[in-house]
Design a binder for this molecule. Structure first.
Ligand code: KIV
Ligand code: NA
Length: 278
């Protein structure tokens, strides 16, 4: 299987072929996502919520992202991988942004980075693209700004907010982003932005009009996720229940001495221990 490219993604948009994106944070998830032929894997900083147990993505570090992105890259060697730049590792000075993105690209060997924000970060996006690093944008509900946004809520409902999101999307495209995530925005606005842009939009909680969709691994699998009950999530399996039941059976087997059985044990020569200790 050949890894997708950013020009192939542009072509998919032009031809009306939806782009499937799923997050992954480790080797087995990446391996299974690749085997299932997902178009793009996102090593999201949702790592903080679904894997590390934090309330927000704010505590996630560059080292955390690199550590997990390296595992994903080992598991999915033929899939286009995007890695989130975490809170405050970009957008401060251009040099700081470039240094941190370079660490992700070199140490994790992924194909692109993703940054949250609109017009205020376009200088950083342009600098990355000029340096040869593909950038995915991310606007709407940007979880790293959860406190500034006063919670996780739908964005772009008011006309002035919708106008700002469209301007942000156009500014990111102008700066060279190859795609933009639209998170928790109204379906009308996401569709409008998708029509106005040449680059693909990837929606999450953004309705039916986007050029692609992204969801979180633990959400679609009901894998002990903190947000499976969200309206925008569709779950396709209940691995949480499967795993809990399996662990519970294992515990019962140990307690009842059903495990290990004879076939799990190793035998040696009879009598040797008596001669050693007898
Ligand atoms: O971190 C993440 O998983 C994301 C997607 C939900 C877009 O940024
Ligand atoms: Na993210």
């Amino acid at each position: 299987k050949k890894r997708l490219t950013i020009s192939a993604m542009a072509k998919m948009k032009a031809e009306g072929m939806p782009i499937s994106v799923l997050t992954a944070y480790d080797y087995p998830a990446a391996k299974l996502a690749e085997e299932a032929e997902v178009d793009v894997i996102l090593v999201g900083d949702s790592l903080g919520n679904v894997v590390l147990g934090y309330d927000t993505t704010i505590p996630v570090t560059l080292e955390d992202m690199i550590h997990h992105a390296r595992a994903v890259a080992r598991g999915a060697q033929h899939t286009f991988i995007v890695t989130d730049m975490p809170f405050m590792t970009y957008g401060v000075t251009i040099e700081h942004t470039l240094t941190n993105a370079a660490r992700i690209m070199q140490q994790a060997q992924v194909q692109a980075v993703k940054l949250e924000g609109g017009a205020e970060i376009t200088a950083h996006v342009k600098a990355l693209v000029d340096a040869g690093i593909p950038v995915m944008g991310h606007i709407g509900l940007t979880p790293q700004a959860v406190h500034q946004l006063s919670g996780y809520k739908v964005q772009g409902k008011l006309e002035k907010d919708a106008k700002k999101l469209l301007d942000d999307a156009l500014a990111l495209q102008e700066a060279g982003a190859f795609a933009i995530v639209l998170e928790l925005v109204t379906e009308q606005l996401a569709s409008y932005i998708s029509e106005r842009l040449e680059i693909p939009t990837i929606g999450i909680g953004a309705g039916r009009g986007c050029d692609g969709q992204v969801l979180v691994y633990h959400d679609i699998l009901q894998y002990a996720s903190p947000h499976v009950s969200k309206r925008f999530v569709k779950s396709y399996a209940d691995v949480g229940t499967t795993i809990r039941d399996a662990i519970s059976q294992y515990v019962q087997d140990v307690k009842s001495r059903q495990f290990p059985a004879e076939e799990h044990a190793f035998q040696g020569e009879a009598g040797t221990l008596d001669s050693l200790y007898g």
